[in-house]
Design a protein around this ligand. Structure first.
Ligand code: FAD
Length: 571
């Protein structure tokens, strides 16, 4: 067993945990961060992409609205390169209560959320695809945020200050000596090693899994109710501004343009299991219908991918029934010294990506208090690595850079403009040969073809560069295709169906992926769609009556699709 020691052990590498690691290392603390998966593979990597202005909460939850707008202003400065300033609009559609608009405008004034009513004609000129039946429109400072860029920037910044960042390290037990938590036992999921990490303070930043980690520490009543929501990425930017319906928050009322796509979301279904990524057919239908209300013709656009995320909704079993603060609080910091008489352990859960920095600040303040450190937080002024010049990300920036070096660079992913040089750079830097890890770093395979054209090139380069032998390359390719398939299957209709058919010809017909060394027939993944080999795999020839055979016409989900029971999906 490998033994490590640190001042602060952070469990969870989502926005919150990475924010804690960044903040703590800026304050000069020694940090180890562990996540059972890759960084931001939990809820953070599955969010809607919206840097909230707070507008969504002004009427329902004023404290949350104030937090959002304050953090929005800070993050635009310190995480500038991760944010695209799209702006946002709240619009009253024919389905919304027209009286809500005045309440909304008044509540924005009370909560300091910048809001300006604009003529409907101006809104429609700026967003020509928007429903022409809207009756009011308000401009707010919404934006989109690239979460992987943000989380990895914080992780690298922390590493530069001596932190140890350990993805694929799962906490299996919490160490306790009497009334004090003293670290954790950790399994290196890929390397197979067991680690014992001794820590003066352990931070539980596991979001929807926080109750599980608290239970490992012998602490009961940290109830985190997972609220599962689906989102669908549509091909192209149907809008260039974040469009919200001007009504009390409900399902399917936000359309976020991010990078080359727009994302409609989301639903909110209670689930018992934070790892439940089921997508119900009715939810997909509901999202497409909701999209129609914002952008008529939405259903005719090409749906690229569906995925789910699980909200960490916290309710403190130890709070009194009359304590409404626990109901309105946007996030919860539990100092287990005070709450449970257990020292050396804090839990931070709930909240939003938009408020992660504040959550991290409050957490590290509590940690410093436990360690007797007076170091002050400076994440509100210290830019993340890569954001030093304070310039926001602009769509078109990558293309402009590529065009300058067209003759020198080889593009391997046309959708996301990823060059061979970037790929080999990330391979070297991350040491990972998992295509899904690489996807999160580079957005490789996340555009309209969903990996159809770039992934075999990437695998070839990884093989050629000596990082992967043939069986490992085949296995990596199969695993990637299997993972991508989960998010495509529930929305197979129209042009995306044609794309999948083309991919099937490329991977199955030309590359014969099922029979590659390390491919699915060599090592079937249990229960996976490729596991069934050429009969049941995603790239298999269509069976009569299934959507691939049914062609692109008709009701998207009626075309022989399946199971009302639901689909499995991921990000
Ligand atoms: C559908 C949906 C849409 C959303 N959209 C938005 C939005 O547009 N804007 C916004 O601001 N917020 C949004 N949110 C909220 C936001 O995504 C979450 O509040 C936020 O991502 C939580 O971050 P986190 O770091 O606390 O948790 P997570 O990102 O879930 O991180 C927790 C980590 O803990 C790890 N972990 C769990 N168990 C263990 C273990 N045993 N050992 C080691 N590691 C472990 C997990 O792998 C995970 O990476 C959305 C949420 C949902 C569900």
């Amino acid at each position: 067993m490998v033994k490590l020691a640190t001042e602060v052990l952070v469990i969870g590498g989502g926005a919150t945990g990475a924010g804690v690691a960044w903040d703590a290392s800026l304050r000069g603390l020694d940090v180890i961060l562990v996540d059972r998966l890759d960084l931001a593979e939990g809820t953070s990597g599955r969010f809607h992409g919206l840097l909230h202005s707070g507008g969504r909460y002004v009427v329902k939850d004023a404290p949350a609205a104030r937090e959002c707008i304050a953090e929005n202003r800070i993050l635009r400065r310190v995480a500038a390169d991760c944010i695209e300033d799209t702006g946002g609009m709240f619009v009253t559609t024919p389905w919304d209560d027209p009286e809500y608009a005045d309440r909304f405008a008044a509540a924005c004034r009370q909560t300091d959320v910048d809001c300006e009513e604009i003529p409907v004609a101006v809104a429609l000129r700026e967003e020509p695809r928007l429903n022409p039946g809207i009756s009011r429109a308000f401009r707010v400072p919404d934006a989109n945020m690239d979460i992987w860029k943000t989380v990895w920037a914080m992780a690298h910044g922390a590493e530069q200050r001596g932190a140890r960042i350990l993805p694929y390290h799962q906490v299996t037990a919490i160490r306790r000596e009497g009334d004090t938590v003293t670290g954790a036992l950790v399994n290196d999921v890929r390397g197979g090693e067991e680690l014992e990490i001794e820590a003066r303070v352990t931070v539980n930043a596991t979001g929807a899994w926080a109750g599980q980690i608290a239970t490992m520490a012998g602490i009961e009543g940290v109830r985190v109710f997972p609220g599962r929501g689906i989102m669908i990425a549509m091909n192209h930017r149907l809008v260039n501004t974040v469009i919200n319906r001007c009504q009390l928050p409900t399902d399917g009322d936000i359309l976020v343009p991010i990078r080359t796509v727009s994302v409609i979301g989301t639903t909110d279904q209670h689930t018992e299991d934070p790892d439940d990524h089921t997508v119900a057919r009715s939810e997909v239908d509901q999202m497409l219908d909701d999209g129609e209300k914002l952008v008529p013709g939405f259903r005719q656009a090409r749906a690229l991918r569906v995925w789910t995320g699980v909200r960490p909704l916290f309710e403190d079993a130890k709070a009194s029934d009359t304590d409404t603060r626990d109901v309105t609080r946007a996030h919860a910091l539990l100092d287990h010294r005070e709450r449970d008489s257990v020292g050396g352990f804090v839990t931070i859960t709930g909240g939003k990506v938009t408020t992660f920095r504040l959550m991290a600040q409050e957490t590290v303040d509590a940690v410093c208090d436990m360690l007797g450190s007076a170091a002050a937080c400076n994440t509100a002024t210290q830019p993340l690595p890569g954001s030093e010049d304070g310039a926001n990300y602009r769509l078109g920036e990558r293309l402009a850079r590529k065009e300058e070096r067209l003759r020198e660079e080889q593009i391997i992913c046309e959708c996301e403009l990823v060059s061979r040089e970037r790929l080999t750079g990330v391979l070297e830097q991350s040491g990972s040969t998992d295509l899904d890890d690489i996807r999160r770093r580079l957005r490789l395979g996340m555009g309209p073809c969903q990996g159809g054209f770039c992934i075999y090139r990437a695998v070839g380069i990884m093989h050629g560069a000596g990082g992967l032998d043939a069986p490992a390359a085949g296995a990596s390719l199969s695993a990637f295709l299997e993972e991508r398939w989960k998010g495509v299957w529930p929305i197979l209709y129209g042009d995306q169906l044609r794309q999948v058919r083309l991919d099937e010809w490329i991977f199955h017909g030309v590359l014969d992926v099922d029979h590659l060394p390390g491919g699915p027939l060599a090592a079937p993944a249990e229960g996976g769609p490729l596991a069934a080999g050429s009969e049941g795999g995603p790239l298999a020839a269509p069976a009569e009556g299934d959507p691939l055979a049914a062609g692109p016409e008709g009701d998207p989900l009626a075309a022989g699709q399946t199971p009302s029971a639901g689909f499995e999906a991921d990000s």
